[in-house]
Write a protein that binds this ligand. Structure first.
Ligand code: APR
Length: 254
């Protein structure tokens, strides 16, 4: 007999409440209620752009092809330029609250939208980098990413080199510190809460499997089941991130 949603919420809350080393693992779905579309599924970015615009070799070969789409993604989704900046939602805020309460030790995010940091998460692993800065592919200098530094059709460093946003492109390595920190967290956690990820992009997607192999209780929050659901998940909550996290926080805090 399948458990009811209320029973599953209670089981998840109990695991989170008893966790010694809780870890959040988030994807684009946690930011959908902040107005940022996911990459896949309904309204997904990859329904409108060819993912190859974020291939590193495509960007190096023809940056003039990638930059217009990158800018549009930023101004449309991340509120840079003249758009009103997007805000964290309840799900980001609950993760930050649980960190402050010592219930979770860290959040590993695949997102580059900066909303976990804005919500107050401090022990944050930005697995795919971030969009706060540009890096020069010639001299390595970093500049802030803003409307001014990205005004040119193909932004260039004062040294003349090509500037690239500081997030991880397809075919680019994961920042070594992010790899190390996320690997340690996935090995140490006794309770991993997956929020809003389709689990299709590696190596990030391997982390819940690593956590499970090391004995973690895994909670998944996603309106849709994913490749994790039947493989490593102990409690699947078919809910949107904001509602699920608020209901879990009420139970955990009771
Ligand atoms: N609440 C929770 N989950 C949601 C919500 C919501 N309101 N809306 C959508 N989702 C779920 C979708 O069902 C989907 O499973 O969020 C997931 C989003 O999946 P993706 O768009 O594939 O995002 P993500 O898993 O983060 O992608 C990983 O792919 O394109 C690359 O680098 C990019 O970091 C990204 C990586």
């Amino acid at each position: 007999m399948t458990a009811t949603l209320a029973e599953n919420l209670a089981r998840a809350a109990e695991a989170i409440g008893n966790a010694r080393y809780g870890v959040g693992f988030t994807g684009a779905g946690i930011s959908v209620e902040s107005g940022i579309p996911p990459f896949r599924g309904e309204g997904g970015v990859w329904n409108r752009y060819d993912p190859s615009i974020l291939d590193l070799d495509t960007f190096m070969r023809s940056p003039e092809r990638s930059w217009p789409a990158i800018k549009e993604m930023f101004t449309a989704f991340l509120g840079t330029g003249d758009r009103t900046p997007v805000e964290p939602n309840a799900a980001h805020r609950v993760l930050a609250k649980w960190e402050a309460e010592g219930r979770i030790k860290t959040v590993i995010t695949q997102n580059i939208d900066g909303l976990h940091e804005a919500a107050g998460s401090r022990n944050l692993v930005e697995f795919h980098g971030h969009c706060r800065s540009l890096v020069c592919l010639s001299c390595g200098r970093r500049l802030p990413l803003n409307a001014e530094t990205t005004a040119a059709d193909v932004p260039k460093c004062p040294c003349g080199g090509l500037l690239k946003p500081d997030f991880v492109f397809f075919g680019e390595g994961i920042p070594p510190e992010a790899l190390a920190d996320s690997d340690e967290a996935a090995r140490r956690t006794d309770c991993m809460v997956l929020v809003g990820t389709s689990g299709v992009v590696y190596p990030a997607a391997s982390l819940p499997f690593l956590a499970k192999r090391n004995g973690a209780f895994v909670v998944e929050i996603n309106p849709e089941p994913t490749s994790y659901t039947d493989a490593v998940v102990d409690v699947f909550l078919p809910l949107k991130a904001g509602e699920a996290m608020e209901r879990l926080d009420e139970l955990v805090s009771a």
